[in-house]
Write a protein that binds this ligand. Structure first.
Ligand code: IP8
Length: 250
C-alpha cells in the first residue's frame, strides 16, 4: 500500500479562498489509475484554501468555545466540500475512492492522536477501495476541539499500517536547504535523514513552520518517503516506480 498526501498548496491556490486546482487533481488521479488495482493506495489531502482560512477565522487552534462552535462546524463542512471534489474526480476516472472523515475516527490530546479506529480503513483497503482522508477539525481531550493535520494522520497511519512508501505532493520540487520561494540559491536536498535534520543543512532551515512540521512528522515514519512536486506531470509515476525524483528518505 502506498500513501499519497495531496498537499493543500497543490490542490488549491493558497492565496484565493475556496479555489480548487481540479486539473492537477485530475492528473494525479490519472497517474494513480495506471497502477491501480495492482497497487493499493490510501490518500490524505490537506486543508488548502478551504480549511485554513476558516480555521483561522474561528480561532480553532485556541479550542472549542461558545463563540466558535458554529464556525467549527462550518470548517468541517468546508473540508467535506473539498473532499467531495477530490473524491469525485477519482470516481469519475473509474477509481473506487472512498471518503473517510478523520473527525469520526480520531481523538487527539495535546496535538497527538491518542485514539484511532483504523479498522474501517484496513477493511476498505482489503476490499480494493482507495480511502481518502483529510486534515480535519477533531475532538481533542485538552481543548474540546483542535485541528488534526493531514501530515499527522499520515505519520500515525504509516507507523500502524507499514505502507510500502509515502509520497508527499508539494508545490515545490522537494525539500530545500532554504525557502526556494525566497532564496534563488536554495539547493534541493536529494536524500534526507534524521542526521541531516539535526546536524546538517536542514537544521538551518529558513522555511515556514509548515515545511518544518512536515519534515519532522515525516521523519517519524520508518518506510521510504518521497517529497515531490505534485504539479509536474509524471513525477508521481516516477515516485511510485521508485525512480529518482524530488527529495527522498530511504
Ligand atoms: O492542511 C488542515 O490540514 P493540513 C485542516 O493537512 C484544517 O494541515 C481544517 C485546516
Amino acid at each position: 500500500m502506498i500513501i499519497v498526501k495531496l498537499g493543500g498548496s497543490v490542490i488549491c491556490n493558497k492565496d484565493k479562498p475556496f479555489s480548487f486546482n481540479g486539473s492537477v487533481v485530475k492528473q494525479i488521479a490519472h497517474e494513480i489509475a495506471s497502477f491501480y488495482p495492482e497497487r493499493k493506495f490510501l490518500l490524505v489531502h490537506g486543508g488548502g484554501s478551504f480549511g485554513h482560512p476558516l480555521a483561522k477565522k474561528y480561532g480553532i487552534r485556541e479550542g472549542l468555545n461558545k463563540e466558535n462552535i458554529n464556525g467549527i462546524s462550518k470548517t468541517h463542512q468546508a473540508m467535506l466540500e473539498l473532499n467531495k471534489k477530490i473524491v469525485g474526480i477519482f470516481v469519475d476516472d473509474g477509481l473506487p475512492a472512498f471518503s473517510v472523515s478523520p473527525s469520526s475516527i480520531f481523538i487527539i490530546n495535546k496535538g497527538q492522536i491518542v485514539d484511532g479506529w483504523i479498522k474501517a480503513i484496513e477493511e476498505l483497503l482489503a476490499r480494493n477501495f482507495i480511502p481518502v482522508l483529510f486534515g480535519d477539525v477533531v475532538i481533542a481531550k485538552d481543548k474540546g476541539i483542535d485541528i488534526l493535520s493531514g501530515d499527522q494522520i499520515i505519520s500515525y497511519l504509516a507507523n500502524k499500517m507499514m505502507p510500502e512508501k509515502v509520497i508527499f505532493l508539494m508545490d515545490v520540487d522537494g525539500i530545500y536547504d532554504k525557502n526556494p520561494k525566497i532564496y534563488k540559491d536554495a539547493r534541493l536536498i536529494e536524500v534526507i535523514d534524521k542526521k541531516i535534520m539535526l546536524h546538517g543543512e536542514a537544521a538551518k532551515f529558513d522555511v515556514t513552520g509548515g515545511i518544518k512540521n512536515k519534515v519532522e512528522e515525516a521523519l517519524k515514519i520508518s518506510c521510504p518517503i518521497y517529497f515531490i512536486n505534485g504539479g509536474i506531470k509524471g513525477n508521481l509515476t516516477k515516485a511510485i516506480k521508485g525512480e529518482r525524483v524530488g527529495t527522498r528518505k530511504e
